[in-house]
Design a binder for this molecule. Structure first.
Ligand SMILES: [Zn+2]
Length: 91
């Protein structure tokens, strides 16, 4: 009983916050590495933990590399379709 009352009391301000168009919590984002809350304006979106910063750098470098390879493979893939068409058109 006491717990339910306490929960209700806690829920009320949150409901009011929702009614105002916001969420129950202050606007915040999560660290991309450890998921702990960070400032929304944080850019890059990581906390101040050096391990997280290093991990993000590592991930972004590998993402960049992956994107480059995807682009190369997609280009080759597209060329196998477009190449013959071009040859037939202009050849
Ligand atoms: Zn973190």
């Amino acid at each position: 009983m006491v717990d339910a009352k306490a929960a209700k009391a806690r829920a009320k301000p949150a409901a009011q916050a929702t009614a105002r168009g916001g969420t129950a919590f202050a606007p915040h984002a999560h660290c991309r590495i450890c998921q702990c809350p960070v400032d929304v304006k944080a850019d890059p979106r990581v906390c101040k933990d050096p391990t997280c910063i290093a991990e993000l750098e590592r991930r972004e470098a590998s993402e960049r590399r992956m994107r480059t390879w995807m682009l190369i493979f997609f280009g080759l893939f597209a060329l196998t379709f477009i190449g013959p068409v071009l040859l037939r058109t202009f050849g």
